[in-house]
Design a protein around this ligand. Structure first.
Ligand SMILES: [Zn+2]
Ligand SMILES: [Zn+2]
Length: 109
């Protein structure tokens, strides 16, 4: 779990319905809404991903892209999309889309 420093106040305006269902979901999971927002903002600024091959967790801001396939290269095992079968690459591509929808853009660009 990441450690955070001093707190700052954030005032945002969001859709009423979204806020209501988020509050309910947060209550069910017993997670303060402010912690959720903090986690997301941290993810947005510095998305961490896991290598699909070796499972190493690495920061997308600290890794390089393969020039051939355009995927992030794992800093530990150096794997990228080039060695994957088309079927596997498509599966991973679609899972990564969840991240990119959340981030409103590419994980790394
Ligand atoms: Zn790896
Ligand atoms: Zn590649």
């Amino acid at each position: 779990m990441k450690k955070y420093g001093a707190k700052a106040r954030l005032t945002v305006t969001v859709d009423k319905g979204v806020l209501k269902s988020a509050k309910e979901a947060a209550e069910r999971k017993r997670i303060p809404l402010s912690r959720l927002i903090e986690t997301f903002l941290n993810f947005f600024a510095k998305p961490d991903v896991y290598c699909f091959k070796c499972g190493e967790r690495f920061s997308s801001t600290e890794t390089e892209l393969c020039l051939k396939c355009g995927w992030m290269r794992c800093p530990k095992c150096k794997v990228c999309g080039c060695k994957l079968s088309e079927e596997t690459a498509v599966a991973i591509f679609h899972m990564r889309k969840v991240y990119e929808d959340l981030l409103a853009g590419r994980i790394k660009s």
